[in-house]
Design a protein around this ligand. Structure first.
Ligand code: SF4
Length: 461
């Protein structure tokens, strides 16, 4: 066995390609984009780079962009300009969905060193290392592997995403994602299980199964529910969440998996519209009736199953009656939160060419009405948890000793937690709702340890 003397250690560290280099990251968009940045940051850290804040001076800056709406394009542009302006002479790498959507244009901009498409994003560190060694490299020369990400370091976040899938074949008429993330591809199940074990070894207590259209996972004869089941079977005290899910694609076995205490009874199930006519024009793969049946089945297994959703207002051809149908659906399905998007024309999508585009002013009015309804429902649903006990994972503890974190139903909590630690689970009883930090939460009290059996029974309500 090799004896590592101090001297040897210094030699080894100084041999790391990133030694003495500072790297900064900025991410826009979805949970998948955020996860990919976290994994990249971990790779740079392991190569000796110092991770600095985006506002600090850096030798390398990586902007992981989003292009889902015009607004995300504009925000991405602002960040790229800021990165180049604040870090003269630095290596500026632009990646993410806007890099795919506007590649030629971005490549023509001198302030950007490299434009790296999504399928090569996992290899950015190798590209930067080679650049800093003075080698002439082009992103197209690095391998493309959408799963080339190491397990994330725990210092970055309390919960870790588990990327099981990428791309999408659904081609909803409003959506640019299939164009920028490519065709659906599923990660081999044994790799996923091994990745989860590494992530748990890194100390994570909560895992979020993530991708673009995860319900459509398909590898050999394995489907989405097989992935979830395989992860739930891994021993250990951890919790599993499902990130954003399309209502079509997953099979019947998925419902029963929610009897497993490790699987959090919350889903972000994207409805998009409450009008069957609009759903058809969006090319969504379900009707309102089918969506209602799906919710009912989950709620028959976990009565206060918590749902959140995405809704688009102002889709081409949306009439007042269609919009009213969306409001009725939000009221009927009792979502605890609705991410409301004003329809945004995306070049290259089928909806771009549709007639009866809705005026921006009307989109804004409808968006405001839907947000107001969502907030009212949120307060009502959060209040229904008062007196109930949730298992909260502490994410932060402020200097006054108050902790914040989420219960299994994905409802945010705040409670007094002096002496307790981040990244630990605690039984917390909800005492009241509050607005803290501009966010509606449940204020709670730690419940002195109870028998786990009693607690388990209570949690399966
Ligand atoms: S299923 Fe989702 S990612 Fe796929 S095209 Fe539709 S909205 Fe976009």
């Amino acid at each position: 066995m090799e004896i590592i003397t101090n001297n040897k250690l210094h030699q080894k560290i100084s041999m790391l390609p990133g030694t003495g280099r500072r790297v900064a990251f900025k991410t826009l968009g979805c949970r998948l984009n955020q996860y990919e940045t976290d994994a990249l940051a971990t790779q740079f850290d392991q190569a000796g780079y110092q991770i600095v804040d985006f506002n600090d001076q850096a030798d390398v800056v990586v902007v992981n962009t989003c292009t889902v709406t015009n607004k995300s394009d504009q925000k991405s542009r602002n960040l790229i300009n800021q990165a180049a302006r604040n870090n003269k002479g630095a290596v500026v790498v632009v990646t993410g969905c806007m890099a795919n959507n506007h590649k030629e244009q971005l490549e023509s901009e001198k302030k950007i060193t490299y434009v790296v498409e999504n399928n090569r994003k996992g290899n950015i560190r190798e590209l930067v290392d080679a650049h800093l060694r003075g080698e002439i490299v082009h992103p197209s020369g690095i391998a493309g592997d959408v799963f080339h990400y190491s397990s994330v370091d725990k210092s970055l976040h309390t919960r870790s995403a588990i990327k099981i899938q990428d791309g999408c074949d659904n081609y909803c008429t409003f959506c640019i994602i299939p164009t920028v993330r490519g065709r659906a591809v599923s990660r081999p199940l044994p790799q996923i299980v091994e990745y989860v074990r590494q992530t748990l070894d890194n100390g994570f207590k909560e895992l979020v199964i993530t991708g673009v259209n995860i319900g459509r996972y398909h590898w050999k004869d394995k489907r989405f529910e097989d992935v979830v089941e395989a992860i739930l079977e891994i021993p250990g005290d951890f919790r599993v969440r499902i990130s954003s899910l399309e209502p079509d694609g997953f099979g019947d076995r998925f419902y029963d998996l929610f009897k497993h205490p490790k699987l959090a009874p919350h889903l972000h199930l994207c409805l998009q519209s409450g009008s069957d006519k609009v759903l058809l024009r969006m090319r969504r793969m379900y009707s309102l009736k089918q969506f209602a049946d799906i919710l009912e089945r989950f709620r028959s297994i976990r009565p206060n199953f918590n749902f959140t959703t995405d809704m688009i207002v102002g889709f081409p051809g949306e009439t007042d009656a269609d919009f009213r149908a969306s409001l009725e659906a939000v009221q009927r399905f009792q979502f605890s939160h609705v991410h409301t998007f004003k329809y945004s024309v995306r070049q290259g999508t089928r909806a771009e060419r549709m007639e009866n585009q809705v005026p921006e002013k009307l989109k804004a009015e409808r968006s405001a009405i839907l947000r107001e309804l969502s907030e009212k429902n949120q307060m009502k649903i959060y209040s229904s948890f008062i007196g109930k006990t949730q298992r909260v994972l502490i994410e932060k503890i402020d200097r006054n000793g108050f902790a914040t974190g989420y219960g299994e139903h994905y409802i945010p909590f705040r409670f007094y937690a002096r002496q307790l630690e981040k990244n630990t689970f605690h039984n917390v009883r909800a005492v009241r709702t509050e607005v803290f930090d501009e966010k509606v939460r449940l204020f709670g009290q730690i419940v002195q340890t109870r028998s786990s059996k009693e607690f388990k029974l209570d949690r399966l309500q």
